[in-house]
Design a protein around this ligand. Structure first.
Ligand SMILES: [Ca+2]
Ligand SMILES: [Ca+2]
Ligand SMILES: [Ca+2]
Length: 239
């Protein structure tokens, strides 16, 4: 079953002191869909983000968070927040900001070489596009698949890292945020997120429900590899 997360459940309680749903949709309007696949243990997400101004003006690789960006944090084992760490990969991030600026797409922690680039990493893929003005009023579309790990060896050695088996009815931690830079520079302005705990935590609950056959998924074929995800995607497009 795909899960829809819209602007009404997002908050910027940390940086702009806004409550859940207190979002000016002429400034930013967000829809995101999440799904998963039992057979390949992948998580899938897509997002559609209307924004009055789109900016990617970073001059340093680690300033993606001060541009328009999509931040994703995953802890598949639903640990206590203080038990999740970048170092051992019990918390993994995919933070993307497009188009590429300062030679980077964003930051993926832990930042082992085999994790950082979706074009070469076997563990995730990413696609994006937009309608409207590239750096003006626009709607950006993001799509990602992620192969989460239970944990990742601190030295990044894959032989000592365990891919997660994700299962039906499993409760996982995810969180995501959408940064909104409208005036350039490296201030964090708006940070619309599923968590009220500020930046960089995987602390929102998500249950991996089975597909619900009572939903009319449609039959629109897509180029995406998973049939199940293709059905979810077709639902997203036609809603
Ligand atoms: Ca905006
Ligand atoms: Ca910026
Ligand atoms: Ca913006």
């Amino acid at each position: 079953m795909p899960y829809l997360i819209g602007s009404e459940v997002m908050a910027d309680s940390y940086y702009a002191n806004n409550e859940q749903g207190e979002i000016d949709v002429s400034d930013m309007a967000i829809r995101s869909f999440w799904g998963w696949n039992d057979s390949n243990n992948r998580l899938y997400a897509m997002a559609e983000v209307f924004d009055d101004v789109h900016i990617a003006d970073r001059s340093a690789p680690d300033e993606w968070w001060a541009d328009d960006a999509w931040e994703i944090y995953i802890d598949v084992n639903h640990l206590e927040i203080e038990e999740t760490k970048w170092e051992d990969g019990t918390k993994q991030s995919w933070n993307v900001s497009v188009p590429i600026a300062a030679d980077n797409l964003g930051q993926m922690l832990p930042a082992h070489a085999w994790r950082t680039d979706p074009d070469t990493s076997p563990y995730w893929g990413f696609g994006w596009g937009f309608e409207g003005e590239e750096y003006g009023e626009s709607t950006y579309f993001y799509e990602i698949w992620m192969q989460p790990f239970d944990f990742i060896a601190e030295d990044g050695n894959l032989d000592n890292s365990i891919l997660a088996e994700i299962e039906s009815d499993q409760l996982i931690h995810m969180s995501m945020a959408f940064d909104d830079d409208d005036d350039g520079g490296t201030e964090r302005t708006n940070f619309w997120t599923t968590t009220d705990g500020g930046c960089c935590k995987a602390d929102s609950d998500m249950i991996l429900s089975e597909m619900d056959d009572s939903i009319d998924w449609g039959s629109v074929p897509t180029a995406v590899q998973s049939d199940a995800w293709g059905r979810i995607k077709s639902q997203f497009i036609t809603q």
